[in-house]
Design a protein around this ligand. Structure first.
Ligand code: GLU
Length: 280
């Protein structure tokens, strides 16, 4: 098997796209439309597309009359419960003109570790994809809180990619690519590509960001990208504005080259980072 290149995303069989809360909630809710156009184009080319979307908490906030993200876990979970169905409704409305049906899949990292749950989830996802339905995955926030606390679904997206044997994972955010240090700092240089096994020594990705709508940031993306790349999935980190170009295989974002021999990947070791450890 030859390792996937960025340009091969266009013809990849199976692609997971992850979109974060800030890209699709609040005043950015209207950006669901263009993102769905890009997903529908890839679906129309025959690619099996899985969307991992957060944004349930942020979408639910106005329905609970909250101006800002709640700080306590119970209210975050309540907001997620309210926001999740609104979010799925918005995606389905945007998909309707393309005659694509969405399937909601709520998972926890624990589900993907439990052999029985994992095999059930994989079977369901395979059937959904076989039926040409577009699965939309989020963390099951009423029973799990890893992604609320650390990473806005970045890690979940990598685990879903592993579950279904995806060829590529596209992690979308508000920034066009990763930089050698926080992009607002002087001397920050864009990172075009990361070789498999590169420990990225000397780069600064900051800590986990918690803002008014979600959690995440470059550190959780790097952690998730390395986790997926270790299992042979090519990973592109770019902005939600560039999702169409990313799915076309254009030279955008930061490309993490996949492990060319994924079965030889260590189960633990270099792919675990401080972010993973925090979640443990
Ligand atoms: N699953 C959560 C959501 O959809 C995670 C995002 C967050 O941390 O706000 O809202």
């Amino acid at each position: 098997m030859t390792a996937l290149h960025r340009g091969d995303i266009r013809t990849a069989r199976r692609v997971v796209v992850k979109v974060g809360s800030s890209s699709i909630s609040g005043e950015n809710a209207e950006r669901i439309g263009p993102i769905v156009v890009a997903l529908a184009a890839a679906h129309g080319r025959g690619t099996e597309v899985v969307l991992v979307s957060s944004g349930a908490i942020a979408t639910g906030m106005p329905f609970l009359l909250l101006d800002e993200r709640p700080s306590d876990l119970a209210t975050q979970q309540a907001a997620a419960a309210v926001g999740q169905n609104v979010l799925i409704y918005r995606y389905q409305e945007a998909l309707r003109p393309f005659r694509i049906v969405a399937g909601q899949v709520l998972l926890t990292a624990g589900d993907l570790e439990n052999p029985m749950h994992r095999s059930n989830a994989r079977r369901a996802m395979e059937r959904l994809l076989g039926l040409r339905i577009l699965p939309i995955v989020n963390e099951n926030d009423t029973v799990a809180t890893h992604e609320i606390r650390f990473g806005d679904n970045d890690r979940l997206a990598a685990l879903v990619g592993q579950l279904i044997g995806a060829d590529a994972l596209i992690l979308l955010s508000d920034i066009d690519c990763l930089y050698t240090r926080p992009p607002d700092e002087p001397g920050a240089v864009p990172i075009d590509e990361v070789a498999y096994g590169d420990d990225m020594h000397g780069f600064e990705f900051g800590s986990v960001v918690v803002n008014s709508v979600g959690t995440g940031g470059a550190a959780t993306k790097v952690s998730a990208a390395r986790l997926a790349a270790a299992s042979g999935i090519g990973v592109l980190v770019t902005s939600a504005d560039l999702v169409a170009a990313a799915l076309e295989g254009d030279e955008v974002g930061t490309w993490f080259r996949p492990n060319p021999l994924p079965s030889a990947a260590p189960a633990t070791g270099p792919i675990r980072t401080a972010v993973d450890t925090l979640g443990g």
